[in-house]
Design a protein around this ligand. Structure first.
Ligand code: COA
Length: 147
């Protein structure tokens, strides 16, 4: 039987489930850090954190935000997306991104964009499967700032 997927806005109490799934995304954040960041994001209109529930359990989340460059149209950017490894390929990722796309349209945006590490081949197939096209290849530069 197909399981029912419910997508809803995240609430503060979700932070430990979000932390568990962040680890599956490869980010070893402390739950206290996720809790603090979530508290901040939930108060912002230009950020959206959504969760997908299956049988009442959180099985995925997405964090999207309005990226407003000076020189280009505002787009919605995906900051993070993960589906629990025991619940993949059952349509949860698609549902989460459909909900982000609805939000983007409501915000007047014509594009949803994201960057994905070159190693995430499965994710790339997923994105292409649900209508995202590879737009360009680029380097990410960073500089550690001394305290
Ligand atoms: C990428 C990810 C979010 C996909 O979520 P999901 O819930 O498994 O995806 P869905 O079930 O909604 O899949 C939608 C479509 O993509 C396909 N798909 C999903 N993962 C795929 C994969 N690894 N390889 C090939 N196709 C895939 C599905 O089969 C489905 O196709 P269909 O509609 O033709 O049946 C999930 O695998 C994940 O969390 N991966 C680890 C974290 C990650 O890489 N996040 C993205 C960072 S950029």
């Amino acid at each position: 039987m197909q399981k029912k997927i419910v997508v809803r806005e995240a609430v503060q109490e979700d932070y430990s489930s979000l932390t568990r799934l962040a680890w599956q995304l490869g980010h070893q954040a402390e739950s206290s850090q996720i809790s603090t960041r979530l508290l901040d994001l939930l108060q912002r209109d230009d950020h959206k954190v959504l969760v997908a529930q299956v049988d009442g359990e959180i099985a995925g989340w997405v964090h999207a935000f309005l990226n407003r460059p000076l020189h280009k149209d505002t787009v919605v950017d995906i900051a993070g997306l993960v589906v629990d490894e025991n619940h993949r390929k059952m349509g949860i990722g698609r549902r989460l991104l459909e909900a982000v796309e609805d939000w983007a349209k409501n915000q007047g945006c014509e594009q949803v964009t994201l960057s994905s590490n070159i190693t995430r081949e499965g994710a790339h197939k997923f994105y292409q499967n649900i209508g995202y096209q590879r737009a360009k290849t680029q380097y990410t530069f960073m500089k550690e700032l001394l305290k």
